[in-house]
Ligand binder design. Structure first.
Ligand code: ADP
Ligand code: MG
Length: 306
């Protein structure tokens, strides 16, 4: 039946296939870029979207920057500064370490990356289109990294067709940033969509201030602090009941060791604990941190690592 010979796929096809697994939509691009910024010890991260990220995604940070001599390498597939040995694979606490994000994003968009390290005299600016470097030169830059992703999936029309409307894609990014602000009160985030600021957190390290940034002053004042310690699991956070309750669980944010997760059982526990303070059919809101030994957490329990 199949008379064609077995052939290796061309590199650009391999690149696009791999890219599809890492970046399926703007929110995934934002997540990868923001995680890189956090891994680079940024204390301030800005995310700006145009048309839900389909036209452009702009992420800038004040982290360590990419050394000029490593900028090209950063865009190579399976290139990372975060993992050296196979053993380290099991002990990494950084957020991303597959070394695929920048290569994957650049394979399906037009990327401009500008970066400068503290000890460099100049910054470097690289332009990559569909995985190919089209420009690379010295450029003025503050210390840190700025990545502009334009025309996502312009060379992958099938993927482009799978995207939702810009407003829906922007909402997914907004959700992700809302949870990031709550889980990292120590980082100042700014998120803007279509030129309008959606969230701005101060990075003062206090969960109360992060809640203020997400839910506003009144809600932040009305939410109640909850804390506890059971069998080596530390719990602390804020819960909103009565007028703050919602029609679904969308505003319940749980984090294990700083990582967002979803779980019916813990939502039910929260709802059980707030019975009488929330009307039937309504759900309390919360931002709740659980802290426990890393070894006791298996991120693979949930199919999407959620
Ligand atoms: P990974 O994060 O898995 O290492 P990426 O493709 O996301 O792979 O990034 C490749 C490398 O580029 C990183 O290991 C890091 O050294 C560098 N890098 C990427 N983004 C930044 C950033 N915002 N600040 C500093 N270095 C970065
Ligand atoms: Mg990464």
């Amino acid at each position: 039946m199949n008379s064609r010979p077995i052939q290796k796929l061309p590199m650009d096809v391999i690149g696009k296939i791999a890219a599809g697994e890492v970046v399926e939509r703007p929110a995934a691009v934002v997540k990868e870029l923001v995680e890189n910024a956090i891994d680079a010890d940024a204390t301030a991260v800005t995310v700006e979207l145009t048309d839900g990220g389909i036209t452009s995604i702009h992420v800038s940070d004040n982290g360590t920057g990419i050394p000029a001599g490593q900028m090209k390498m950063a865009f190579e597939r399976h290139a990372t500064s975060k993992l050296l040995t196979a053993e380290e694979l099991f002990s990494v606490h950084t957020l991303g370490f597959r070394g695929e994000a920048l290569a994957s994003i650049a394979a399906v968009s037009r990327v401009v990356c500008t970066s400068k390290t503290a000890d460099a005299e100049y910054g470097m600016k690289a332009q990559v289109e569909a995985g190919r470097f089209v420009d690379f030169r010295e450029a003025a830059s503050p210390v840190g990294t700025t990545i502009l992703v334009k025309d996502l999936f312009y060379n992958a029309p099938v993927r482009l067709k799978f995207l939702k409307k810009p407003a829906s894609e922007a909402a997914l990014v907004s959700d992700y940033l809302m949870r990031l602000i709550l889980s990292r009160p120590d980082i100042a985030f700014r998120f803007a969509s279509q030129g309008k600021t959606v969230y701005r957190s101060t990075g003062d390290g206090k969960l109360e201030t992060a809640i203020y940034a997400v839910y506003g002053k009144e809600a932040a004042q009305a939410m109640r602090r909850v804390s506890g310690n059971f069998g080596g699991v530390l719990l602390n956070g804020f819960v909103g009941v009565q007028d703050l309750s919602r029609g679904n669980r969308q505003q319940q944010s749980f984090f294990i060791n700083g990582r967002y997760f979803r779980d019916d059982q813990i939502s039910r526990a929260l709802e059980g604990g707030t019975e009488g303070y929330v009307m039937i059919g309504r759900y309390p809101i919360c931002a709740m941190n659980l802290t426990m030994p890393y070894e006791q957490v298996d991120v693979n329990v949930h199919p999407n690592k959620l």
